[in-house]
Design a protein around this ligand. Structure first.
Ligand SMILES: NC(=O)c1ccc[n+]([C@@H]2O[C@H](COP(=O)([O-])OP(=O)(O)OC[C@H]3O[C@@H](n4cnc5c(N)ncnc54)[C@H](OP(=O)(O)O)[C@@H]3O)[C@@H](O)[C@H]2O)c1
Length: 233
């Protein structure tokens, strides 16, 4: 089995990589990083990509030369050089929204599309880490425009991919997954005042791995929690 983990230097991605390194049937792992590599492991094929850069995405897709059986996108952006999550429409800025959209929605979906020839393997399971706040129906608080809008766009892309790829000869399982609130670089600034418990990235990755390895084709096109519960789009 060959695995590809995008964002494998991130907090959830790094721990998921460890789970797959311990999987007895894994032969080859492609792992991507953006700004830094967290570990150098000889059995991991590290590649670099900026999800906001179409030419970097094309280069990454061209570098893959093995069929992939697990494709897991753990990249994502909530705050960064383009600004903080917007609490009100008064803070909306076109450049930030476009960057959020590029990193969180366009990058993952176009990379999948460009790698499709390597993804027509038996029993492909493709997981895109999304976020519950990207659920339109579940939005009761507003705010975080860029993150919510880009994750909602990702969700629609995942749903379209799942429908189109279900026509492949070997049935894939393609899902969007909310990993749950997890202590990570992305969430740290926003969980300080939270009273409810926050799972560790290791706990999250263990549950994510279990979810992925028990996914069934009939779950294709769903938006899931780590428990397997279906979330509204
Ligand atoms: N943590 C939570 O509570 C939570 C909740 C809901 C959903 N999620 C989702 O879970 C996923 C993983 O997040 P995490 O919590 O593990 O956060 P994280 O540690 O910040 O990991 C996110 C990864 O995305 C990478 N990334 C950011 N911008 C990128 C770009 N332009 N190109 C390529 N890679 C880029 C980051 O790399 P650099 O740091 O090098 O830029 C980092 O490795 C994300 O999709 C996030 O939206 C997390």
């Amino acid at each position: 089995m060959n695995v590809m983990i995008l964002g494998a230097a991130g907090d959830i991605g790094r721990h998921l990589l460890e789970q797959y390194l311990a999987h007895p049937e894994v032969q080859c792992i492609y792992a991507t990083h953006h700004r830094e590599v967290s570990s150098i492991c000889p059995s991991v094929h590290w590649l670099t990509v900026d999800m906001a850069d179409p030419s970097a995405i094309a280069e990454l897709a061209a570098a893959i030369d093995q069929p992939i059986h697990r494709w897991i996108c753990c990249t994502g952006l909530l705050a960064g050089s383009h600004g903080q999550p917007e609490k009100t429409f008064r803070r909306l800025a076109s450049q930030k929204l476009q960057h959020d959209y590029a990193v969180n929605a366009v990058g993952p979906v176009t990379l999948f599309a460009q790698m499709a020839n390597h993804l027509r393997s038996d029993e492909l399971r493709a997981v895109f880490l999304s976020a519950q706040v990207g659920s339109i129906e579940d939005n009761r608080l507003g705010g975080w425009y860029g993150y919510r809008m880009s994750k909602a766009a990702l969700n629609m892309g995942v749903r379209c991919l799942a429908i189109e790829c279900s026509r492949w000869r070997s049935q894939p399982t393609i899902v969007a997954v909310h990993p749950g609130t997890t202590a990570s670089n992305l969430s740290k600034p926003f969980t300080k005042t939270r009273t409810a418990p926050v799972q560790s990235p290791k706990q999250c990755a263990t549950r994510l791995y279990q979810l992925i390895e028990t996914l069934e084709p009939q779950q294709n096109g769903q938006f899931l929690k780590l428990s397997g519960e279906i979330l509204p789009w």
